[in-house]
Ligand binder design. Sequence first.
Ligand SMILES: Cc1ncc(COP(=O)(O)O)c(C=O)c1O
Length: 424
Amino acid sequence: MNPASQRVLERIRAVEGTGMRTFWEPEPLVWSRTEGCHVWDADGRAYLDLYAGYAVANVGYCHPRVTEAIREQAGVMTHCPSAAPSEMRAELYERLLDIVPPPLDRVLLAITGAMANETAVQLARAATGRSNVITFSGTYPGRTVGAVRYAGKHAYREPFGIAADAYFVPFPDPYRSPWAREGDPGKVALALLESALTDPASGVEPPACVLLEPIQGNGGVVIPPVGFLRGLRELCDRTGTLLVFDEIQCGFGRSGRMWAAEHEDVAPDLMTVGKGIGGGLPLAAVLGRSELMTTWEPDAVSSTFLANALTAAAGCAAIDVLREEELVERSERLGATARERLQGGLAGSPAVGDVRGRGLFLGLDLGAEEPDPDLAVQAQRELRDRGVLVGRGGRYGNVLILAPPLVIEEEVLAGALDAIVEVL
Ligand SMILES: Cc1ncc(COP(=O)(O)O)c(C=O)c1O
């Protein structure tokens, strides 16, 4: 590690609680500056970030329009209590509702994705009078005490002694679903769920909602088979169950559509958004149909910084940039080329089991037979040494995740893909 980065790391580790991810890797990258698709470390070395800081910088880091909006708002009003209406809040609501699917016509703010998911589940419970939640293996809903109960990985709950609070169905991964045998995993998962919801002796309480990511992000960019989301919609309608889509990672243009569920033309009853929507500031929200969003008395939901004017200004600017720079279309176009390049370049590689993706949301599932997390760690490290940052996820930690800023230049992306092919 270079000296300036080492010094920063030592200062942090001397005083920080050890539960943070900064203690996870022996030599984490010490961030000091970001711009567009690039991150600079404390020693001034530039990296191309193909993970957008955990799939956040959809419009790029420090986009000049977002930065200008933050600067301008900072001079007028930053804090605004959540009890106080403000014009900036109205602006944000209108922009959000302008980009979500038609049946969704009301908003409740959140600060983090986890908080948005908690709120969505509570709304579903309030509207249905039921409390059970159905979700899927591999789900990543966030780590708060409320949200982590719906997480696939039990390891996320263990440090806190929290139990799961959902009925889990296997998520249909077209590449790794041994439980489906020779069948279509989407159809098998739907059949299991149908039995859970309709068999009076299934042992499963009638649920308030089914909560899922239309494309699993941290689960390893897992795209369910065509027909699965539609089948879920139909099953939910038939059983009076609400459908909640977590579009926190896969939404906001990431998959080459504004929302990942648009690939199948399926609209949820409630939807959560976060990550990129704040243009780099902490902003998240639940969007839903009016009758589901109007069951609570005033003050059922509150948090001091819910309606912060600075994050709202950044969110408005990020939405404007995404639309005006046509970044959703760009995600689709660049993503298709990237997928072809990776599929072509890695075909026949014994290291790579599956190359998949939609838009600029790509997963490289490593290990042709068995998942190979060690190889993923090694490849991620080697790419970092070459100045390219990629994410890593998947239930075994064996999937390299590419989710670059949607503003990435084509030649820069092409160069990075060459490096990935070479390393693998
Ligand atoms: C799909 C999904 N939902 C929810 C969350 C939780 O968001 P946050 O970390 O802002 O609480 C994440 C974060 O990675 C996510 O990927």
